[in-house]
Design a protein around this ligand. Structure first.
Ligand code: ADP
Length: 302
């Protein structure tokens, strides 16, 4: 196959691993800088141009679109979809997963376990919002945050009220969430490919920190997940429409609860922790499904 990897930086670990895995399987790969693609949205013949030329056609696209370029990146991906190219994850699923609130609303509709979460606009509603999520300690999250930045633990109702007021005053979109204390600073990342969890790891926050993100100093180790956690992760990825996803969940007293579903999961942490060739599994999945879709082309989603 001729594969395009939509990525801004070919030196990133995940990008390098995907190239390696694809080439090892006899595919050709071109790294395409998402922000250098520009589009001709003509009827009947949508096309993409790249650095002065119309881009060649690809059999499949692997999108690795960073959170800061979601809008433009998804427009480029949508254009590829309009041109009938098979994409590993489609633009609608990626857009959904980038909005934490929208994601939780979709997951709640499917009855998937979630921490009790509230969302409000008016400062007048803050006291009731806090009550609704069962009071402090609680977690306040910026909807657009990543890597644990903009995730705050408020230990008392007064602290929660001041932080929420401050965020609202700055017109930042936030949600307020029950604090899953029993997770003890650990979360579980499940790597879903198709309808399988192919790898999972536990991330443990450093002493005195509740956020387990590796970027926040958390450490990763292999973990055996329960059948309930496995099925929750698969259902979560499916609810978002993602074929490949990093599903983050917490072990709560009321079963596994989803925190986030990531559409461009990093491969470094999980491959290192588990020793598995995740990039290879992604390419195998892509190959199987892109070939199948060529026989029955999907309708592009807008
Ligand atoms: P980000 O997308 O910025 O990583 P997350 O929502 O995943 O934000 O939160 C970052 C980390 O904070 C999580 O990995 C988890 O360890 C911790 N965390 C988030 N929400 C909760 C919660 N409701 N209860 C307990 N810990 C939480």
């Amino acid at each position: 196959m001729h594969i395009a990897l939509l990525s801004r930086n070919r030196t990133l670990y995940s990008t390098r691993r995907l190239i390696e895995a694809a080439e090892a399987r006899g595919h050709s790969v071109r790294v395409v800088d998402t922000l250098r693609c520009y589009m001709n949205i003509a009827s009947h013949r949508p096309s993409i141009h790249y650095k002065g030329e119309e881009i060649e056609s690809f059999d499949a696209i692997i999108p690795r679109i960073g959170a800061s370029i979601t809008f433009y990146g998804c427009a480029v991906l949508r254009q590829f979809e309009m041109m009938g190219t098979y994409v590993l994850n489609d633009n609608v699923s990626i857009t959904r997963s980038r909005d934490k609130l929208r994601s939780l609303q979709l997951l709640s509709r499917k009855g998937i376990g979630l921490p009790v979460t509230g969302f409000a606009h008016s400062p007048d509603d803050i006291p009731d919002l806090i009550k609704m999520v069962r009071g402090a300690p609680l977690v306040i999250k910026l909807l657009e945050g990543t890597q644990g930045i903009g995730v705050v633990l408020a230990e008392t109702n007064q602290a929660a009220e001041s932080v929420i007021q401050a965020f609202m005053g700055m017109k930042a979109n936030i949600m307020v969430q029950e604090y899953i204390k029993e997770a003890r600073g650990a979360d579980i990342r499940c790597l879903v490919i198709g309808d399988k969890v192919v790898a999972s790891m536990k991330r443990q926050a450093i002493e005195g920190e509740f956020r387990s993100n590796l970027h926040r100093g958390g450490s990763a180790s292999v973990i055996r997940i329960t059948p309930e956690e496995r099925s929750t992760a698969i259902r979560a990825a499916k609810a978002m429409g993602l074929r490949v996803a990093g599903v983050d969940l917490l072990r709560s007293n009321h079963g596994p609860v989803i925190m986030e579903v990531n559409s461009s999961p990093g491969l470094h942490g999980i491959e290192t922790a588990t020793g598995k060739d995740i990039a290879g599994l992604i390419i195998d999945h892509l190959q199987k499904n892109a070939v199948r879709s060529r026989k029955t082309p999907p309708k592009p989603k807008g």
